[in-house]
Design a protein around this ligand. Structure first.
Ligand SMILES: [Zn+2]
Length: 275
């Protein structure tokens, strides 16, 4: 059973700023230290930002979100007993997996698309988007991590993404990429597990790597504490429907569970009596 447990209000109340926590309450106790994150979960556009001048087709395209990633993340959270924190609006309004000073945080152009509503945004408008969406998202995540640390647990942090099969006109044969930030241990264990336990064409640090600034969330919340962390990238044509998202979750959940154990990332109490 899934529960949605927390909402945040934006400064001034202009945007309801929903940031969901979800947890499978029937899951095994032992794996509950895993925190799943989905920064590119949504292609929702809302007031006061509107649709940024994008067409319906552009708002459905992969530039606006990671299609299938939220369904996959929910399937993994349910199977692994993980908390799931996902962003409420399109990454084109503000990308929660980019630093506020990164050009991709509110991009004026994404792949081959212009984003008219981001072409000339001023300093105040940028700050407003950060305050309304980015800051509550990361405060929620930091709170979740800090609470587990305070209990003497070492939660693992895994972010769930999807990538487009065709990028700048080139077809990608990769099916499953796993990216790490400073500590490669968990990502390496996941790739090894995927090679051993699935037929997915998998690779480490593909189709991107930390050098492309894609590990912002891991850098903020896992790396400073030395927590096990990884970023999953699944080719979005493999998770286009709820049914295939469920199949992928069923495929990857045992891989993650095994890798968490292998890399010592299971949420064991750090010291006696910590529970
Ligand atoms: Zn993504």
């Amino acid at each position: 059973m899934t529960q949605t447990a927390q909402m945040h209000d934006a400064p001034g109340g202009r945007w309801p700023g929903l940031v969901s926590h979800e947890r499978d309450t029937n899951a095994a106790e032992g794996s509950a230290g895993l925190i799943l994150v989905c920064e590119h979960a949504s292609n929702r556009f809302a007031a006061p930002w509107g649709e940024l001048g994008l067409t319906e087709a552009e708002r459905q395209a992969h530039i606006a979100w990671d299609p299938g990633a939220l369904g996959l993340a929910r399937g993994l959270a349910a199977r692994l007993g993980a908390m799931l924190i996902h962003a409420p609006l399109s990454r084109l309004i503000v990308d929660c997996n980019r630093a506020p000073d990164h050009p991709g945080a509110m991009p004026a152009r994404s792949e081959v698309y212009d984003i008219p509503g981001n072409a000339a945004i001023g300093a105040q408008a940028r700050q407003d988007r950060i305050a309304a969406i980015y800051t509550p998202f990361h405060a929620t995540l930091h709170d979740a991590v800090a609470r587990q640390l305070a209990r003497g647990l070492r939660p693992a942090l895994i972010s769930v993404h999807s990538f487009t099969p065709v990028f700048h006109g080139k077809r990608r044969t990769l099916e499953f990429g796993v990216i790490h930030d400073a500590d490669p241990t968990l990502a390496q264990a996941i790739v090894a597990g995927a090679d051993a336990m699935t037929t997915l064409r998998s690779a480490l640090n593909a189709p991107y790597s930390a050098a492309d600034d894609v590990t912002h969330t891991l850098r903020l919340h896992a790396t400073p504490y030395g927590l096990p962390s990884a970023m999953l990238e699944v080719r979005n044509d493999l998770i286009a429907t709820p049914a295939t998202q469920d199949v992928m979750a069923r495929t990857l959940a045992p891989v993650l569970a095994h890798a968490l154990l292998e890399s010592g990332a299971q949420s064991a109490p750090a010291k006696a009596g910590a529970r």
